[in-house]
Design a protein around this ligand. Structure first.
Ligand SMILES: CC(C)(COP(=O)(O)OP(=O)(O)OC[C@H]1O[C@@H](n2cnc3c(N)ncnc32)[C@H](O)[C@@H]1OP(=O)(O)O)[C@@H](O)C(=O)NCCC(=O)NCCS
Length: 171
């Protein structure tokens, strides 16, 4: 499955108020490249590990792929006033109707509903692109991610030593 680059660019999907800050959930644009790099570079190693299962130090190739691939639906959570990116969620389109999901929120902004808002927005929009099922992996002790998966209507499918494979149907 392939789409144009940054297919959701600039599209506002949701808005929420977090501690008095207006957070906009919108499609990722190529112009977000530098801002995205700043976002990933300020995350703690532990957070990066929870998302990627390894500690990445050099995010340029990853960010480049996010903004230039024709197989990714990506969105960001952005502080409306400062323009700071505080969260990113993406679906990497796989086999027909199937995509791998990933999501990450800045530590200081976690637990305030941003992850849920991004995931629900991406779920809504993914249907437009023919996605019928999203899968992903989460660490077994990642309670926030596990609760998010349940909230999206997903289920754990397989358990590995420290990892859970989950699936979220989109119909
Ligand atoms: C997982 C993650 C994306 C969730 O985003 P978030 O903005 O922190 O999550 P939300 O505030 O929307 O909350 C999601 C759920 O976790 C629960 N939750 C939030 N903080 C919690 C805490 N400290 N302890 C337990 N549950 C918590 C919420 O109540 C909510 O569940 P509910 O709707 O059933 O009540 C975010 O924590 C993160 O970036 N973690 C690191 C990267 C990662 O784990 N990615 C997932 C693997 S791809």
């Amino acid at each position: 499955m392939s789409v144009k680059r940054c297919p959701l660019c600039g599209r506002v999907l949701d808005k929420l108020n977090v501690d008095g800050r207006e957070i906009i959930i919108r499609g990722l644009c190529p112009e977000d490249r530098d801002n995205l790099l700043r976002f990933y570079e300020k995350l703690r190693d532990e957070t990066i590990y929870t998302r990627f299962f390894s500690v990445i130090r050099y995010f340029n190739p990853y960010v480049e792929r996010l903004v230039s691939s024709t197989g990714i639906l990506a969105i960001v959570a952005e502080d409306a006033k400062s323009g700071e990116i505080v969260g990113v969620a993406e679906l990497v389109l796989d086999r027909d109707g199937v995509a791998e999901g990933g999501i990450i929120v800045l530590e200081s902004m976690q637990g305030k509903g941003i992850g849920s808002a991004m995931a629900l927005a991406l779920k809504r929009v993914a249907r437009e692109y023919g996605v019928k099922m999203v899968y992903g992996y989460i660490l077994a002790d990642n309670i926030k991610a596990y609760r998010l998966v349940k909230k999206l209507g997903g289920k754990p499918k397989s358990y590995y030593s420290s990892m859970i494979y989950v699936e979220v149907p989109l119909d």
